[in-house]
Write a protein that binds this ligand. Sequence first.
Ligand code: 13P
Ligand code: SF4
Length: 357
Amino acid sequence: MSPISPDIALRDYRMPVYQVPDTVIEVLPIAQRQALKARLRTLLNQKNAVLVAHYYTDGDLQLLADETGGCVSDSLEMARFGTRIDAQTLLVCGVRFMGETAKILNPEKSILMPTLEAECSLDIGCPIDAFSAFCDQHPHHQVVVYANTSAAVKARADWMVTSGSAVDVVTMLKQQGRRIIWAPDKYLGQYVQQQTGADMILWQGACVVHEEFKGTELELLRHQYPQAKVLVHPESPASVIQQADVVGSTTGIIKAAMELDAEQFIVATDKGIFHKLRELAPGKTFIEAPTAGRSATCKSCAHCPWMAMNTLGKAIHALETGANEILVDPAIIERARKPITRLLEFTRDQKRLAGDA
Ligand code: 13P
Ligand code: SF4
């Protein structure tokens, strides 16, 4: 069997049908935003809580996280940060799998989220029953799942990886002669397979945001901006990844924008990242990669509808009332902690070897 041919059981499996919500960006007058930020700052202090935000969330939430000793980062660092901090409550602004990962690693802490409706299409597209049955058919494969999965799917896995660590983990597994079940993102899986040459069976999930970036339209845009470097998140289709100067996690993209000797960048990832890009690489120009062809329409238009649900008002409500607490079955926590801890230890050892820990 060719390493990346979809498995027979996968071809038979129908991906769940779900409604992608509209992306609703909250627009408020500056004075109102300032007042909400002040209230949230006070609550964080009163409740001994820290704000852990993803780069795709509201710019003011990111600013507040930075100002109050919280963290703004990619999913790997979000997971790591929660384990290092003393605070009793983590206010996780992102999507549900990020809150669940925080709970799995810190079961004694309260993990609150602005909303429990913030899903992820990769998580929705990989339900535990179907995934577990699929794994049962390949008992000798190592099960490697992306962070963007439910706690139950992680509990079924040998390894959890993030976009910033997937290639290194799979390279190591390949060196050990392992065959791999990969889930859920087919594009990231194809990219990892192509980078490592590993023998991988891919679950056929996709991110509703990154899947919409268009290779042909990107080519046209590159002709308009011939000096621009192209930065791509690996959840994007191969036709987009092929044109990248740098393929990386959200942190990798920000680092590249800061370090590369270029003034213009075309960026193929959620546009929430532009907040941090402009803050850390001021004076440089960032251009959104195209999501729709001339006659096509985009569903997410490069902004995750679920990430956009994290508003200042909902964050305040969660801290004021203790609403939207993430709870995970202790038996699942016990099993899901192993693949996540493995990754944290692996990346820590790699940093040590590279001399920057
Ligand atoms: P990162 O880990 O690169 O931040 O990616 C998370 C994510 O959900 C991307 O869509
Ligand atoms: Fe999931 Fe895509 Fe949203 Fe990231 S951007 S949380 S992968 S739906």
